[in-house]
Write a protein that binds this ligand. Structure first.
Ligand code: KMH
Ligand code: ZN
Length: 271
């Protein structure tokens, strides 16, 4: 089986320190978190950034300073995967903007969902616009799928020639308002992917650990981190992103699945 790529979603856009004391928010905190996650086995950092007030931002300068801090803190540079999802409600033009910095990867959301009490909007027009920006800045996409129909959306975009390989897919399961993180849902999604796609899974909240364990046995990759889940166990807050990464790396090693370094992940993802 291919080595396991662990992605750490370290910050997200929906949380703050009042909800999660361990959440890295400043560039320095994000750099420290990224370093600890790489040391624990992560090869990809899914990156949202914040402004000086700690609010979610898609501004280039805030991405720049986070990247700079991470570069300084990490002797082995992880793959940085910028978020083009941003915070719920953010306009598509602002979400696309960080692609101008040509990160190695960025997220590409494949459809509209309810997101708690809000709506996370990703129309086909948004996706076409996003794809054009990925192409013009030479950025590799990670496709985010939150619902069963999102595999059909991917197939439609492929058929229309809007997107082209590689198709790295992340199933983000358990968002309130979208598909729950049941193993049967994961199996459906895996079975319906284009044959040349690779996949990973990000279970939200209580789904994080069981989906991670299933994915690593099924040959998929895994995303964990405080963006997705703030608990280590029921009623026990996670103390850091690295704590969540280390557990997955430990389980992977126990079951004989090697964990990819950032360089190995670059090869696997054809970056
Ligand atoms: N913050 C969510 C509304 C992404 O990073 O691409 C969207 C999100 C997805 O986090
Ligand atoms: Zn995100």
């Amino acid at each position: 089986m291919e080595k396991l790529i662990i992605t750490a979603a370290i910050t997200g856009a929906e949380l703050d320190k009042a909800k999660c004391a361990a959440l890295p928010v400043t560039a320095d905190e994000q750099a420290r978190a990224a370093r600890e996650c790489v040391d624990a086995g992560a090869s990809v950092i899914h990156l949202h950034v914040r402004d000086d007030a700690g609010q979610p931002s898609q501004e280039l300068e805030h991405f720049r300073r986070a990247v700079e801090a991470i570069r300084k803190a990490c002797p082995v540079m992880p793959i940085l995967q910028f978020s083009t999802g941003g915070a719920v409600g953010e306009a598509i033009a602002r979400r696309i903007a960080p692609l101008q910095l040509s990160p190695e990867m960025a997220s590409f959301n494949l459809g509209t969902i309810n997101f708690g009490e809000d709506i996370f909007v990703n129309t086909f027009a948004d996706m076409r616009r996003l794809s054009a920006a990925f192409k013009s800045h030479g950025v590799t996409a990670e496709y985010e799928l939150y619902d069963m129909g999102h595999v059909d959306n991917l197939r439609k975009l492929i058929k229309e020639g809007v997107v082209s390989p590689p198709y790295h897919c992340q199933f983000v399961l358990g968002v309130p308002g979208a598909l729950a993180g049941e193993v049967s849902a994961l199996c459906y999604l895996v079975d319906h992917l284009p044959t040349d796609a690779s996949w990973g899974v990000a279970g939200i909240g209580r789904y994080e650990l069981p989906l991670a364990v299933h994915a690593l046995m099924m040959g998929g990759h895994v995303r964990v981190g405080l963006e997705d889940n703030i608990y280590y166990a029921k009623g026990e807050p996670a103390t850091s992103n690295a704590q969540l990464v280390a557990r997955v790396a430990r389980i992977a090693k126990e079951v004989g699945r090697g964990v990819a370094s950032p360089q190995e992940a670059r090869r696997i993802l054809a970056l």
